[in-house]
Design a protein around this ligand. Sequence first.
Ligand code: IPM
Ligand code: MN
Length: 374
Amino acid sequence: MSNNNFKIAVLPGDGIGPEVTQESVKILNVIGEVFHYNFQFEYGSMGAEAIFKTGNPLPDETLAICKNSDAVLFGAIGDPSFDNNPDAKVRPEQGLLKLRKELGLFANIRPLKTYASLLKKSPLKQEIIEGTDIQIYRELVSGIYFGEKYTEESGAYAYDVCQYSREDIIPIAHMAFQDARKRKKKLTLIDKANVLDTSRLWRKVSQEIAAEYPEVQLDYMFVDNAAMQLILNPKQFDVILTENMFGDIISDEASVIGGSIGLLPSASIGKENALFEPIHGSYPQAKGKGIANPVASILSTAMMLDYLKLEGAANKLRQAVEHSIENRYVTVDLNSDNHYSTNEVGDFIADYIRYSEKSYYNFENVQIGKSTIV
Ligand code: IPM
Ligand code: MN
């Protein structure tokens, strides 16, 4: 296989997953044309839609497609018919958790930054959030998500075990330190070491590893305080390292800093596989309405291009996204007065990749931000 051919597994999933993923596929096709790469897409079923079709949230065939790919592009998972039914034995989320485990995706990376034109969208004060730039490293295949689970027959008693081994912590800690070394050289380990044994293990292992990165300053913060600090002063953070469930919670919290959860991408990286997905969920209320923001999926695609070592294409894509945001060519979550559909935002970004400043959508042809085309 030449270096210009890439096999991409596409799992659109549930809710708005398919519509945002479609925009990413559109963009990859344009990138392929412009940069002379060949992306081959293989589609797989996962989540509630897979349960409805096959009874299994992660059919074997889907897993095989993913294992055989260079990268996985994933949409979203979840369906209200399961959320409201705690007795459901098979749940869509089990598909995603199994996929993470089977592909060994131990590190979930969630970058967060602010855009000048969106500062007013955040419920937080502009001066607090302006210039925020954080990378969250969330451990993804261990902890309470994957420990023993039990519900007593009577339904009156249940537990979930949180467990970690050194081997779970070492690889993601190295990744986080390496990233911090390239950035502002500050790493904050978020834990609950005043209460939890697992957190004390995280501290011990991180401390040992810190010796290999003397230029990086390692700080610790209890998760309850971190939840507060993220809102009070997000600029104090550079790279955050944390365990599975704390990472889940604080990354949703951090998303309000950027103005919309619809902007935030993520990469889940393993030794041999990688998966890219927006951090937003399936947003079933918006399904099929063309109002979902495709940017989180598209920026996840940029992270995929980085992973495939196609940095030129990745940078071009990020530039195109910034161009759409700064020119207010955005979906309704970012501009309720004047907005564009999921598909139109995808077209705008694709067009910019193709033509840059000569894009049809540029200035003379469309009065960006003032257009009556909705
Ligand atoms: C996420 C999601 C998942 C998680 C769910 C859908 C299992 O919230 O990717 O953050 O909790 O990890
Ligand atoms: Mn989550």
